[in-house]
Design a binder for this molecule. Structure first.
Ligand SMILES: C[S@@+](CC[C@H](N)C(=O)[O-])C[C@H]1O[C@@H](n2cnc3c(N)ncnc32)[C@H](O)[C@@H]1O
Length: 331
């Protein structure tokens, strides 16, 4: 990977921290290989003189038709032309539909939104499922086909993948992030995994520590809980469905943990950072896909007495301006 490109990615993290008056050791950006992205969102719609299936053009409503993409895993990229021909008839009179693809172990999880095809087209799509490599197709949440419940394996735990549940962008970046989080919590024995999703960090950490996983999405936390029940050799995993924006863990609730991992959505975790800043938790590991909100929340933690000991950018959104990062803090 070009060093100038990775330096540009790293600089975004340095600049975000500096904008909040934070000086921290920011390591080189960790690269992620081409052809690794296992989830992506596409648009299906009308372009000037054809039907397009691809990405939204920058700062416009145009759709850029694609038949290949070097960032995508081969099981997604190799199926783009077939997906386009199978999905095109569904559009009918509509201007645009959104299609999210996730690579699961049984095949693609295809989530379509914004169209309501006729029963005949619905049936036709169901019949083409195998040809496009789909394990599941849903339209606006309704199942069209379910060849077998899609699953992903997270640190040895086989987890059901609810439609639309969060998954790190590539298996390779997941490995890097999990490694950094494990290094960050060190030998802590009682952990909280906040914004846990389906358990990317929970299962990796539960090999050697008790983990309490908190997540708002009920389908995601149910999938995590189900996998925790059937995975051998885990330390105790407890699961909680909770909105951490409205009801962050209080300093009193946080008192039982040796370390807290938090991986919020792009808007960050301001309320939870404020509660952590007032807590006595010795270690915090923050994972974020938005350096701006992450820097805001890190500032809150630093003002509460934490020191940032390590920051590692992870280039999991290849060739886009976005960058993931992991920050370690202690008090
Ligand atoms: C960036 S994802 C991280 C998921 C998980 N840590 C992983 O690596 O797979 C953010 C997660 O926060 C959850 N989330 C969003 N808003 C939330 C809220 N207000 N309270 C709790 N969880 C929330 C989302 O459902 C999503 O699973």
């Amino acid at each position: 990977m070009l060093s100038a490109y990775l330096a540009w990615k790293r600089e975004q993290v340095v600049a975000a921290l500096a904008s909040r008056g934070l000086e921290a050791p920011v390591e080189e950006a960790r690269p992620v290989p081409l052809a690794s992205r296992r989830r992506a969102a596409f648009a299906l719609g009308r372009a000037a003189d054809c039907l397009a299936f691809g990405y939204g053009a920058a700062r416009s409503h145009d759709i850029v038709d694609i038949s290949a993409c070097p960032v995508l895993s081969s099981s997604i990229a190799g199926r783009l032309p077939k997906l386009k021909s199978a999905l095109a008839p569904l559009l009918g009179g509509k201007r645009e539909a959104r299609v999210a693809l996730t690579e699961a172990e049984q095949g693609l999880d295809v989530m379509i939104e914004g169209i309501r095809p006729s029963p005949a087209l619905f049936a036709k799509l169901a019949a083409t499922g195998a040809r496009i490599g789909a394990a599941r197709i849903t339209i606006d949440g309704e199942s069209v086909i379910l060849a077998g419940e899609p699953t992903v394996t997270l640190a040895g735990a086989q987890v059901r993948l609810p439609p639309g549940a969060f998954l790190q962008a590539s298996r390779e970046s997941e490995t890097v992030l999990v490694g950094l989080v494990k290094e960050g919590v060190g030998c802590a024995k009682r952990l909280a995994d906040l914004f846990a999703g389906i358990g990317t960090f929970t299962f990796a950490l539960a090999g050697s520590a008790e983990v309490d996983a908190f997540e708002q999405d009920e389908a995601a936390i149910a999938a995590l809980a189900g996998a925790a029940r059937t995975t051998p050799k885990l330390k105790p995993v407890r699961t909680f469905s909770r909105d951490l924006f409205r009801a962050p863990l209080s300093p009193r609730e946080l008192a039982r943990y040796d370390a807290v991992v938090l991986d919020p959505p792009r808007s960050g975790a301001k309320a939870q950072a404020e509660a952590l800043a007032a807590s006595k938790v010795p270690k915090v590991v923050m994972v974020s896909c938005n350096p701006g909100t992450c820097a805001r929340d890190l500032r809150i933690l630093v003002d509460g007495g934490y020191r940032i000991t390590r920051v590692v950018p992870v280039d999991q959104f290849l060739f886009s301006p976005h960058i993931e990062l992991v920050a370690e803090l202690e008090r």
